[in-house]
Design a protein around this ligand. Structure first.
Ligand SMILES: Nc1ncnc2c1ncn2[C@@H]1O[C@H](COP(=O)(O)OP(=O)(O)OP(=O)(O)O)[C@@H](O)[C@H]1O
Ligand SMILES: [Mg+2]
Length: 153
């Protein structure tokens, strides 16, 4: 499967990768992040916000809220699903965001199970040493696969 694979050597490098990737995003895109605690999901989302020209101070880990909205030219909806299970999702109104006009970035997408939209960016992050993180970006769905093939980071 075509993929963008990087090993970042520092927090700032993960931020920069997110910022570069953001330039390829479009309204309605969903970025699903998979990876354990401390693997750099929030760092990557901060990078997305930077790439989308959203002021950095507005972005923090939404640990105690399910979602934060960051207003930019294109809004970024930042979800952290650590505390929920897939069974909690129906009735929460997430569809408005997942299938909306902004860009969604979802930490702990493991929790989405059967609720993952067919078209999404699939980003996995894993520890590869103290300050190293192995990050893989792949695409799910025909449209995004075609777009991925054209992305140059
Ligand atoms: N290459 C790297 N990329 C990203 N973060 C790194 C890197 N090296 C070290 N770190 C550190 O790892 C931590 C990553 O934290 P971050 O909040 O982004 O992770 P997370 O995956 O969102 O965790 P959580 O599951 O708790 O939300 C930070 O403390 C950061 O300084
Ligand atoms: Mg986080």
């Amino acid at each position: 499967m075509p993929a963008i694979r990087r090993v970042t050597q520092a927090y700032e490098a993960t931020l920069a990768l997110g910022a570069a990737f953001a330039l390829a995003l479009r309204r309605g895109d969903m970025v699903c992040l998979f990876g354990e605690l401390g693997s750099g999901k929030t760092a990557f989302v901060k990078g997305l916000a930077k790439g989308l020209k959203i002021p950095p101070l507005g972005v923090h880990s939404p640990t105690f809220t399910l979602m934060n909205i960051y207003e930019g030219k294109v809004p970024l909806y930042h979800f952290d699903l650590y505390r929920i299970t897939a069974g909690d999702l129906p009735g929460m109104g997430y569809e408005e965001f997942f299938y909306g006009n902004g860009i969604c970035a979802v930490e702990w997408s493991e929790r989405l199970e059967g609720f993952l939209p067919p078209e999404h960016w699939h980003v996995t992050l894993r520890h590869a040493g103290a300050d190293r993180r192995a990050i893989t970006i792949t695409a799910r769905g025909k449209n995004l696969k075609e777009r991925l093939a054209k992305i140059k980071l």
